[in-house]
Design a binder for this molecule. Structure first.
Ligand code: CO
Length: 411
């Protein structure tokens, strides 16, 4: 015996279900009772035993990739994460953004060492074996390039979330707490800062205040359940939660305890913020609260008026996101979005808000607040204080525009 499910009955159920969702956001539609025809239980594309891949790959139907900025200098470059295609808070390691100043070294972990010296009681060299014997910690944290969203600051906003906000990713990082290593070597009272150095071709190095080093910094060897990717610092990197990407030294080989910052190339000539008065802010480490709507967003298309879910990401280098508000009327009124999934400190937080589009021209904006009470500013507010000389640490409110034909754009 077999029961037909008529298309009409199915559509009637679907319509009723959508109405229920829109009127009570957050509640699940009641499942409708159907009889399943036996042929529905037979897999149409059954391939026994295939595929068997020793290291898995995604479905060939999934096409989302990083965007690589064309670069004329070999060994330097940047890639952007396709934020609009992600689900949840974790960025797949294969889609993590990159920023390289001197290429990607291929390092054999059996030869890699970390030297900790300077103002310490016992200078020590740690092999990877030594580090793996120490107690591990795992934390989910975002990493963001200081220059992320610079194009929005300059008034040339990126066409989609990847191009506007894609120098941002979020991973579960595993390693040993830097505090543990510093306790092993015994930091002398005169030490106030440390200089962390990578073993890449440029020996990229940055000064970090000791206070942060003893707080939540991780010397990481793991990312999302496996070893770091080479582009993310294999076999060892610093993860400095909430602070600009550049200080999260990759291919970490040396930590020098010192009494003052060393004014390295990447904290003197670069990664400083030139203010309107001609003076530059230095050691601007924290990435302030920021958010972006990833659906509907630039580059996407709405299939006519009706019910849509507004979704996006928010994060703050100062702790947890406590609130995200959404405006669909050019910032005149704001509604609280729901924070879904995990809400972790210094990590990407997901938000959502059910929305009914009436088919008119509208802008979609999000603004977030973190646990310190700080709220993401407008572009005008930021530019009035900081001017347009510097391009780092821009975190203004982002707007997408929905046009009558359903097209969503950045202008
Ligand atoms: Co900075």
């Amino acid at each position: 015996m077999r029961t037909e499910i008529s298309r009409r009955a199915f559509l009637a159920t679907t319509t009723a279900t959508l109405g229920a969702v829109a009127s009570s956001p957050g509640s699940l539609p009641a499942p409708s009772q159907v009889s399943v025809p036996p042929e529905r239980l037979l897999a149409p594309h059954r391939l026994l035993g295939a595929p068997r891949r020793q290291y898995g790959d995604r479905s060939p139907y999934e096409k989302s990739v990083r965007y690589f900025k064309p670069s004329s200098t070999p060994g330097t470059g940047a890639s952007r994460t396709p934020l609009q295609d992600l689900h949840g808070i974790i960025t797949p390691s294969s889609l993590h953004f990159e920023r390289h100043h001197a290429g990607v070294p291929q390092i054999d972990p059996s030869h890699h060492e970390l030297l900790i010296h300077g103002l310490v009681e016992r200078p020590l060299i740690f092999t990877m074996k030594d580090i793996l014997r120490l107690p591990p910690v795992s934390h989910v944290h975002f990493l963001e390039c200081a220059g992320n969203t610079a194009s929005d600051q300059l008034g040339q906003p990126g066409v989609d979330p990847q191009m506007s906000h894609g120098l941002l990713s979020c991973s579960e990082w595993t390693g040993v707490s830097l505090r543990t290593l510093l306790e092993d070597v015994g930091v002398k009272p005169k030490a106030r800062w440390l200089v962390a150095e990578g073993v890449d071709a440029s020996r990229l190095s940055r000064s970090l205040p000791l206070e942060k080093a003893l707080d939540d910094v991780i010397v990481a060897y793991g990312q999302n359940g496996e070893a770091l990717r080479p582009e993310q610092g294999y076999p060892l990197r610093l993860v400095v939660p909430g602070w600009e990407g550049n200080v999260n030294i990759k291919w970490l080989g040396r930590i020098d305890l010192v009494d003052q910052p060393y004014m390295t190339r990447d904290e003197a000539a670069f990664y400083t913020d030139l203010m309107p008065n001609g003076l530059a802010r230095m050691f601007t480490f924290v990435m302030e609260a920021k958010s972006v709507i990833t659906r509907p967003a630039g580059g996407q298309h709405l299939d006519g008026a009706g019910f849509y879910e507004i979704e996006g990401m928010a994060w703050s280098g100062r702790g947890r996101i406590t609130r995200v508000e959404i405006s669909t009327d050019d910032g005149r009124s704001w509604r609280d979005a729901e924070l879904n999934s995990l809400v972790l400190p210094k990590a990407v937080t997901r938000f959502r808000l059910p929305w009914r589009w009436d088919g008119s021209e509208v802008s979609l904006q999000s603004r977030c607040t973190d646990e310190t009470g700080y709220t993401q500013p407008t572009r005008e507010e930021l530019v009035s204080v900081r001017g347009l000389n510097g391009t780092d640490h821009y975190n203004g409110i982002k707007a997408w525009y929905v046009h009558r034909d359903g097209k969503v754009t950045h202008v």
